[in-house]
Design a protein. Sequence first.
Length: 55
Amino acid sequence: MTRNRPCPICKKPRAEEFAPFCSARCRDRDLANWFTDGYALPGPPASPEDEVRED
């Protein structure tokens, strides 16, 4: 038996078409959070010298 988890954004029941989200709106909100640095992975702070510049 698999456990049905709610949508991670709005907590409504998941839709098979948009799994693990309930709708395209919640899927797009999640993607926007990744693009705008709304999510962060834990780790030591990066110093400016360690960042790679794209010129």
